[in-house]
Design a protein around this ligand. Structure first.
Ligand SMILES: NC(=O)c1ccc[n+]([C@@H]2O[C@H](COP(=O)([O-])OP(=O)(O)OC[C@H]3O[C@@H](n4cnc5c(N)ncnc54)[C@H](OP(=O)(O)O)[C@@H]3O)[C@@H](O)[C@H]2O)c1
Length: 261
């Protein structure tokens, strides 16, 4: 039986981490509510109810806790669920609990971030040896958010917001690296290779998708947009070499025809 568990192993980051482990033939089990496609070692776990918790944690030494109600922020899944997972981890002697968090959750007053902060506090208080990695936004997430913000003929965006997008696979690698060392019992941060304004990112995103759109700037007037413009989501001193936003766009959307000879 595998001694490594990935909660949220079917999600964006979880699939990336599981993929890296598969490439290295490292046995691991993934836990989520829905069964993944393919033949991965999987166990059903619902953090909101605790269903499947004991089976998921039994025999595990390392837990990568990546599961989160990202679509519909819910403290029952993220805070109470993390607490349940920690209780089970403590009683089964888990030696390293590795949690993925987000850079700036203590600076940007969003509901989801308050939930992530409360989950971090549960981990810190639990007595279970831990490492917390706060990462910046994944390229896929910014791509998704721009798709939502710019779905109408005229888009509205806080153009001055600063973002430091990162390659998901680089975050998965960092988690793996953490698992190879002793628990830090501390929070560390990582961000992508460059800090960009959301306005710049929107412009290259539209270019890559061969679209143009009129974008109205949402000025930094409330606490959230002010914190975003002040760089609340960024960590320039912890930037990591990996795919840049433009490189990622090129991989996803291909090269524009006018750049081809
Ligand atoms: N996306 C970003 O830009 C970003 C940046 C920094 C940090 N993070 C953090 O990284 C983590 C993963 O993000 P992601 O973008 O990979 O998320 P995602 O694609 O939405 O995946 C979420 C995962 O959580 C599982 N899950 C949700 N509710 C659950 C529940 N009640 N019980 C058990 N499993 C549950 C989902 O599986 P089922 O639905 O099958 O249960 C899925 O595997 C999150 O903690 C997020 O806060 C994300």
């Amino acid at each position: 039986m595998s001694s490594m568990l990935i909660t949220g192993g079917t999600g964006l980051l979880g699939r990336s981490l599981s993929g890296i482990l598969e490439e290295g033939l490292v046995p691991h089990q993934i836990a989520s509510r829905k069964k993944p496609l393919g033949g991965a070692d999987w166990t059903r776990l619902d953090l909101t109810t605790g269903e499947g918790l004991a089976e998921a944690v039994a025999g595990k030494r390392i837990i990568f806790h990546l599961a989160s109600a990202t679509q519909n922020p819910n403290p029952k899944a993220d805070v109470e669920g993390t607490k349940r997972l920690l209780d089970a981890a403590a009683s089964h002697g888990v030696s390293h609990f590795i949690y993925i968090s987000i850079v700036g959750i203590d600076r940007v007053p969003l509901k989801y971030y308050k939930i992530k902060l409360a989950a971090e506090q549960e981990i810190i208080r639990s007595g279970v040896p831990y490492s917390i990695l706060r990462a910046t936004q994944f390229h896929e997430f910014v791509d998704f958010m721009l798709g939502r913000f710019l779905r109408f003929p005229v888009g509205v965006l806080p153009k001055k917001a600063l973002v430091q997008p990162v390659e998901t696979r680089a975050v998965a690698w960092k988690l793996l690296q953490l698992s190879k060392g002793a628990p830090l019992n501390a929070i560390v941060e990582m961000g992508g290779p460059e800090v960009l304004t959301l306005g710049e990112m929107a412009s290259t995103w539209l270019d890559a998708r061969r679209k143009s759109k009129w974008i109205v700037n949402l000025p930094p007037l409330n606490a959230t947009t002010k914190a975003l413009a002040a760089g609340g989501l960024t960590t320039p001193e912890n930037s990591m070499e990996c795919l840049t936003w433009v490189d990622w766009l090129r991989e996803k959307y291909g090269v524009r025809e006018e750049f081809l000879f």
